[in-house]
Design a protein around this ligand. Structure first.
Ligand SMILES: Nc1ncnc2c1ncn2[C@@H]1O[C@H](COP(=O)(O)OP(=O)(O)OP(=O)(O)O)[C@@H](O)[C@H]1O
Ligand SMILES: [Mg+2]
Length: 245
């Protein structure tokens, strides 16, 4: 997998919110075509900040990013969407007062012509949404809302999908479903970069993963390598990791 084409390359990224306070302190990662990349790490490590910086929502103070070899450092989100990057944020990822259908249309405002084709694709992945397109997103369960958020990002047929904690706040059964859906999206050819709190499940499905700690990539390897790495287990996976080691 890693011999294939480089799609995303993030090099020594430095970024933050408050003047003089860097949250990302030199963070690097790569994603090759078709890879599922996992990002795990403690709360506050900068995982969401990394996705937001890639997606042009946090100002980059140092380092660089490329997409298919072209510089995308500090490009705004709408330009990134046009270039094939989709993002599902950790919070507030649907418009609650709009229907499912309207949420999906919002995802496609840059290219409404492909609506029917894309609707077919996302409802083939998320069959439960098909009969409920007129329901308001605010009235959906957490799991259903997550499906709408992923569907909305998929409407533009992205080459790269950034997912921030797709399993957060879901019951264990719904969490399993979320991971299955992410795998399916990835298998459909979408290069996927997924931040996850559920580190063990994330490493199980990721081709490669990064452990983020204090704003930089502390460890990297295949999902399997990291699952069995004693340092990663003791520092980041705890007993959950030992179960599978
Ligand atoms: N808008 C903001 N303004 C100022 N500081 C922020 C802002 N957003 C995040 N931070 C700070 O940046 C640091 C990293 O936050 P971030 O949300 O990236 O962490 P995370 O790894 O995603 O954590 P979690 O696992 O809890 O989601 C935290 O110390 C947080 O308080
Ligand atoms: Mg986060």
């Amino acid at each position: 997998m890693t011999n294939s084409e480089l799609v995303v390359e993030v090099t020594d990224l430095v970024a933050g919110y408050l003047p003089g306070v860097n949250i990302l302190t030199g963070c690097s990662l790569t994603a090759h075509k078709g890879e599922l990349i996992g990002i795990i790490g403690p709360n506050g490590a900068g995982k969401s900040t990394l996705l937001k910086a890639i997606f042009g929502q946090v100002h980059v103070r140092g380092g660089s990013m490329t997409l298919n070899g072209e510089d995308i450092t500090d490009l705004p989100a709408d330009k990134l969407v046009a270039r094939g990057v989709g993002m599902v944020p950790q919070n507030n990822n649907v418009f609650p007062t709009l229907t499912i259908e309207e949420n999906l249309q919002m995802g496609l405002f840059q290219n409404p012509k492909i609506y029917n084709e894309r609707l077919e694709f996302v409802t083939s992945l998320f069959t439960e949404l098909k009969s409920r397109l007129k329901q308001r997103a605010g009235s959906l369960s957490g799991g259903e809302r997550q499906m709408v958020a992923m569907s909305r990002a998929l409407m533009m047929d992205p080459e790269v999908l950034l997912l921030d904690e797709p399993s957060a706040g879901l019951s264990p059964v719904r969490q399993d479903e979320a991971f299955i859906r992410v795998s399916e999206i990835n298998k459909a050819g979408v290069t996927t970069i997924m931040v996850e709190q559920n580190a063990r499940r994330c490493l199980q499905i990721a081709d490669r993963a990064y452990v983020l700690d204090q704003g930089r990539d502390a460890y990297t390897g295949s999902g399997r390598e990291l699952l069995h790495d004693p340092k990663v287990i003791s520092l980041y996976l705890g007993t959950l990791g030992e179960e599978v080691a």
